[in-house]
Design a protein around this ligand. Structure first.
Ligand SMILES: Nc1ncnc2c1ncn2[C@@H]1O[C@H](COP(=O)(O)OP(=O)(O)OP(=O)(O)O)[C@@H](O)[C@H]1O
Length: 304
C-alpha cells in the first residue's frame, strides 16, 4: 500500500533547478491539481523533455523538490510509477533485449497490477500493430503508437506524454485524440503533454503551460487565454494606440484610418478605446501560435 502523501496535488514542483548544456531549467514552482489536462508548449530546446525526465526521476535535479501523487521522488518509487503512464520523447528499446511488439508488451504489462490486457490488445489492433512485428523495424509513428498503448493500458492516474503524436499519420492522430478524450472522461485523470501542434492544444487541453528557456513563463486556462487575447480592428483617426493597456502589437495601414491591434487583455483595451472615442470595427480571435510568438517576444524584451 502506498502511504497517504502530505499533499492532495497530483504533481507538486518546488524550487526545481537543473543545469543542462545550453539551458538552465528553473527555478520552477508548479502545483497541478488532479484532473488537469495541460499542454506544455515552447520552442525547441526550451526544456520540456527535460522537465518530463525530472518528473520521472530519470535525471536528478540540482535543487528543489518534485512530488508525484504526494510522494517525493524516490519515495515508494514502484507504487508511484505504477500509477504513472509515460510516453518518452524517443523510445530506448534497443538496450532492453526484446525483439518483438508482443515480447515488449508482455514485459511492460508485468510491471503494472492495473494492466488491462484486453485494452492493450484492442488498442494494438485498432492502431494496426501486430505482436509479431520486430521492434527494430517499426516506423517512427508505429513506435509512438506502441509507447502510447503501453502508457495508457494500465489506466494511470497521471499521464505524461512528450510529443506523443509526432510522426503519426492523420488517421492515427485522430484515433489517439479520440482515445485521449475517452481516457479524460474519468474527470480525475491528470494529463501533461508536450506538443507543437496547435490543434491538439485546442482539442484536449484545459490549461497551457508555457516554457521558455527553461522557465515556466505562464500557466493559463485555455478558454481564458483565448478570451483575453483578441485582434481588434479600429478606426484610429491618428490617435496613438501603442500605450493602451494590453496592447502587444499595432499595425497601421499606411494612409488609412484603420489599424490592427493585438491585445492580451481585450476587455481593458476596448474600455480604453471607448473612452478615447476610437471605434472598434471588428474583433477576432488570435491563434495560439500567434499568441505564443508574442509571449516569446515579450519574454525576450523583459529579459533583455
Ligand atoms: N542529458 C542532458 N544533458 C545535458 N543537456 C541536455 C540533456 N538533455 C537535453 N539537454 C539540453 O537541454 C536543452 C533542453 O532540451 P529538451 O529536450 O528538454 O528541450 P525540449 O523543449 O523538449 O525541445 P524539443 O521541442 O526540441 O523537443 C537542450 O539544449 C538540450 O540540448
Amino acid at each position: 500500500m502506498m502511504e497517504q502523501g502530505q499533499s492532495s496535488k497530483a504533481i507538486s514542483i518546488k524550487g526545481l533547478r537543473k543545469s543542462l548544456d545550453k539551458v538552465e531549467i528553473g527555478p520552477i514552482d508548479m502545483e497541478i491539481e488532479p484532473g488537469y489536462v495541460i499542454a506544455i508548449v515552447g520552442l525547441n530546446g526550451a526544456g520540456k523533455s527535460s522537465i518530463f525526465r525530472l518528473m520521472m526521476d530519470m535525471i536528478k535535479p540540482d535543487a528543489g523538490e518534485i512530488r508525484m501523487l504526494g510522494q517525493t521522488n524516490g519515495q515508494n518509487e514502484v507504487a508511484v510509477k505504477q500509477k504513472i503512464g509515460y510516453v518518452p520523447e524517443a523510445e530506448a528499446w534497443n538496450d532492453i533485449g526484446f525483439s518483438t511488439v508482443k515480447e515488449l508488451t508482455q514485459f511492460v504489462a508485468h510491471w503494472y497490477p492495473s494492466w488491462s490486457e484486453s485494452k492493450a490488445q484492442e488498442l494494438l489492433k485498432r492502431f494496426g500493430l501486430d505482436g509479431k512485428q520486430k521492434l527494430a523495424h517499426l516506423s517512427k509513428g508505429m513506435k509512438r503508437k506502441l509507447s502510447f498503448i503501453h502508457a495508457i493500458s494500465h489506466d494511470p492516474d497521471i499521464l505524461l506524454m512528450d510529443e506523443p503524436t509526432s510522426g503519426l499519420d492523420p488517421f492515427a492522430w485522430r484515433m489517439m485524440m479520440d482515445e485521449l478524450m475517452a481516457f479524460m472522461e474519468h474527470g480525475d485523470k491528470t494529463v501533461l503533454f508536450a506538443t507543437h501542434i496547435v490543434e491538439e492544444v485546442k482539442r484536449i487541453a484545459d490549461h497551457i503551460a508555457f516554457i521558455h528557456e527553461g522557465k515556466l513563463r505562464g500557466f493559463y486556462e485555455k478558454d481564458v487565454l483565448f478570451d483575453e487575447w483578441k485582434t481588434l480592428w479600429v478606426e484610429h483617426q491618428g490617435r496613438p494606440l501603442d500605450q493602451l493597456s494590453g496592447v502587444v502589437a499595432v499595425e497601421k495601414h499606411s494612409g488609412a484610418v484603420s489599424a490592427k491591434l493585438i491585445s492580451r487583455s481585450s476587455r481593458q483595451t476596448e474600455a480604453e478605446l471607448h473612452r478615447l472615442g476610437v471605434k472598434v470595427i471588428q474583433t477576432q480571435a488570435v491563434e495560439l501560435d500567434e499568441i505564443l510568438g508574442h509571449l516569446i517576444q515579450i519574454d525576450i524584451e523583459e529579459a533583455g
